[in-house]
Design a protein. Structure first.
Length: 347
């Protein structure tokens, strides 16, 4: 199996994040990408290759061009205006209630205000190389996609930063550009086939859902921790089934605390039956491995052996499949868990 990797991910290198009201070392860090790369490189079932460059058109096909422009220069502008700081986070968010009884307002002119205009939370710092790394993650995803379009049964994109929390016009949740959505839109709009996005990350992919919520050519199916207790809290409920033409093309399967391999397999079977009935001709998997039993920000109970079984279940669909890395924060086990899932898929 082709595994697409670029060292450009190292350019996004935050050293601190604010999460659960505590400043600490970030869960999402460069070691995640490196451990997966090292494990796959040592396995002759995988061929680790560099991505080609795809430019910005695939990004602006799904994202507000203003988000791209903002991320291109936000960190540098903050250094000029505010002062020297390694990580940059919002201070004020342009929430609806802030301008209650007034117009919605436009993008603020001050960089401090613009941060809160384009971001929806505070755990996702910008660093000097974030934009370069995020562009490279999209290139990684698109290159893996192209291998599959060219005839490979499946391919893997080691995307970092991840992407599934990024909405049309907002970054957050460690995500800046939505790698899976960029690929799904490109295939659906250029190949004339239905595309399914299967999101198996512990955290609901609110961004992917938002991007495709009113479309009938892309199905979004997500298995995740119940938003009653799990990030991003406000979205990912079972009654969110799509809107307009997209009604019925969105399926959320919230999972209870302690879901193990067998219970997860049952939920995954439901997801795969939905994908099959949708008639998808191409599958994008948002591969979050933070469902692992010892993941530090998860409360499910999947195992390495379970990941292999779940990869095999996805392979049974017989649909061309591109797998893109999302979460997974038990770093010592992250590489072998990615390997196990991909081997189950048929690496």
């Amino acid at each position: 199996m082709k595994a697409v990797y670029t060292p450009d991910h190292l350019r996004h290198d935050p050293k601190v994040e604010l999460e659960r009201s505590v400043a600490h070392s970030p869960w999402e860090h460069i070691g995640r990408g490196e451990i997966i790369k090292d494990v796959l490189s040592a396995d002759d079932r995988f061929e680790v290759v560099a991505p080609s460059q795809w430019g910005t058109d695939p990004i602006t096909a799904v994202h507000d061009p203003g988000l791209l422009r903002f991320l291109d220069g936000a960190w540098q502008e903050y250094q000029r205006v505010v002062g020297d700081t390694r990580e940059v986070v919002p201070e004020v968010f342009q929430m609806q209630g802030l301008r209650n009884k007034m117009s919605a307002g436009s993008e603020p002119s001050a960089i401090q205000g613009r941060l809160g205009y384009w971001s929806f939370e505070i755990t996702t710092p910008l660093t000097e190389g974030t934009y370069v790394a995020s562009r490279a993650a999209v290139d990684t995803a698109m290159t893996a996609m192209q291998f599959v379009l060219d005839g490979e049964r499946s391919a893997y994109g080691l995307c970092r930063p991840p992407g599934h929390h990024a909405t049309t016009s907002l970054y957050g949740g460690y995500c800046f550009f939505n790698n899976a959505a960029v690929v799904a839109h490109h295939v659906a709009s250029t190949r004339g086939v239905k595309v399914a996005v299967l999101d198996v990350d512990y955290h609901h992919g609110n961004g992917t859902q938002e991007i495709f919520y009113d479309r009938d050519d892309v199905l979004y199916v997500s298995l995740h921790g119940d938003p009653a207790r799990a990030y991003p809290y406000a979205i990912g409920h079972g009654d969110e089934t799509g809107a307009g033409r997209g009604l019925g093309a969105n399926l959320n399967i919230p999972l209870p605390v302690g879901t193990d391999d067998d219970a997860y397999s049952s939920a995954l079977d439901t997801a795969l039956r939905k994908i099959s009935s949708f008639g998808a001709g191409f599958l994008v998997v948002s591969l979050g491995l933070d469902t692992f039993v010892t993941d530090p920000i998860c409360d499910l109970a999947l195992t390495t052996e379970g990941f292999r079984a779940h990869g095999a279940m996805v392979a049974s669909l017989g649909v061309p499949t591109v797998v893109l890395q999302e979460g997974g924060y038990d770093v010592p086990n992250l590489g072998i868990n990615a390997q196990s899932w991909l081997v189950g898929l048929g690496a």
